[in-house]
Design a protein around this ligand. Structure first.
Ligand code: ZN
Length: 105
């Protein structure tokens, strides 16, 4: 019998994923991650540092990946556009993200 590691719910018809977490807890976790990443991006963008050095691409990428997994391509493009609008630190990851935006448009 399956039991969710997070909320402790169990039952014969209860389903958990490979990590032993039920669908409801997975989506709660995903939402928390999304909020954390959005907050992080806001912090990065509001810091003066971002203006001097450029923003790091990884939180944008993680968020874009998340939206892609959920088939929310509109949100995915919005995050990529948000990244493109920032001054970003040069590097292969930044190039990759901008390339991805070009293909998504
Ligand atoms: Zn659960």
């Amino acid at each position: 019998m399956a039991m969710c590691k997070v909320c402790g719910k169990k039952g014969f018809f209860f389903r958990v994923n490979q990590e032993g977490i039920c669908g409801k807890c997975v989506s709660t976790k995903a939402q928390e991650t999304e909020e954390k990443l959005l907050k992080l991006i806001e912090d990065i963008e509001s810091e003066g540092k971002a203006a001097a050095w450029g923003v790091a691409p990884w939180p944008y990428e993680q968020l874009a990946d998340m939206y892609r997994d959920k088939n929310e391509s509109r949100k995915e493009v919005a995050v990529l556009e948000r990244f493109a609008a920032q001054k970003h630190a040069p590097g292969p990851q930044a190039v990759q993200l901008l390339e991805r935006l070009k293909q998504a448009q």
